[in-house]
Design a protein. Structure first.
Length: 143
């Protein structure tokens, strides 16, 4: 790798790390929106997330173009340190995104249960051991 390519690679890695940190902050904002009561805010965070992911993908492609497949053998310690930082930032983003996914799935389940109650379908309840009990006797639609 030429000295110029190393400098460019360091710069791309720095931009990826900064954008990864921005993405982590956005995921925190998304989590706050998901636990709030504004569907509009959730939609705004989803749009921001999509835009940031696009920017991260473009930087990833630029980095891959600069270093090819066997870059680690020729990488300086500065590049390796940046790479480790990037991996740490992105691992944190992945964990935060998984938490947000759990929140989305929990909310989806809550909405499904509410719709079942409104339709008059038998409500599912659970006992202390987590096993489903007999359906509730009276649904809201029949009340």
């Amino acid at each position: 790798m030429t000295p110029d390519a190393k400098v460019r690679l360091e710069a791309v890695l720095d931009r990826e790390i900064e954008l990864g940190r921005e993405f982590a902050a956005m995921l925190d904002a998304e989590r706050a929106a998901l636990t709030g009561d504004s569907a509009e805010t959730v939609a705004e965070r989803a749009a921001e997330k999509t835009e940031l992911l696009g920017r991260l993908e473009r930087l990833d492609a630029e980095r891959r173009g600069l270093c090819g497949d066997n870059w680690d053998a020729n990488a300086s310690e500065a590049i390796r340190a940046r790479w480790r930082s990037l991996l740490t930032v992105m691992a944190n983003c992945r964990a935060a995104n998984e938490v947000n996914g759990y929140i989305v799935n929990a909310r989806r389940g809550q909405v499904r249960q509410l719709l079942d109650v409104l339709r008059g379908d038998p409500a599912t309840t659970y006992g202390p051991q987590g096993k489903a009990l007999a359906p509730a006797l009276r649904a809201l639609a029949r009340a």
